[in-house]
Write a protein that binds this ligand. Sequence first.
Ligand code: AMP
Ligand code: ZN
Length: 139
Amino acid sequence: MHCIFCRILAGEAEASLLYRDDRCAAFMDVQPVTPGHLLVIPIAHAVGLADLDPATGGHIFQVGQRLAAALKASGLPCNGIDLFLADGAEAGQTVFHAHLHVIPRVKGDGFGFRFPPGYPQHPPRATLDVQAESIRCGL
Ligand code: AMP
Ligand code: ZN
């Protein structure tokens, strides 16, 4: 078994587990962006959004939401939360077992998205409408 997260679930690799049920588990990120940064993962191996069972994806979000509340109550510095899932290498995914990051945020923690040159811009409404139609066609 080569997947590090499957190995964690099988008890073959160490992790600081904090939650587990029949569909997902959560443990501390080994390289936390901020203290308390944790990951929620499906028990069944899925690489990303395309092969993640949608009901499990919803469940992972619900557990992430509960854990966000638990983080705020934990005493760890946490004035805000980022929920983040990187789907694909070009989106920043480095571990190819789907995972939802739950990242505590405080003012001045130095973390954040980097925006492309020229941002912010306001495309014409017609452009947004065309894009919306393209996406709608994919539903
Ligand atoms: P991503 O770049 O979205 O794929 O995030 C992968 C995350 O997994 C990173 O934040 C890593 O620090 C974390 N990570 C990698 N290996 C382990 C591990 N063995 N235990 C806990 N977290 C890990
Ligand atoms: Zn896996």
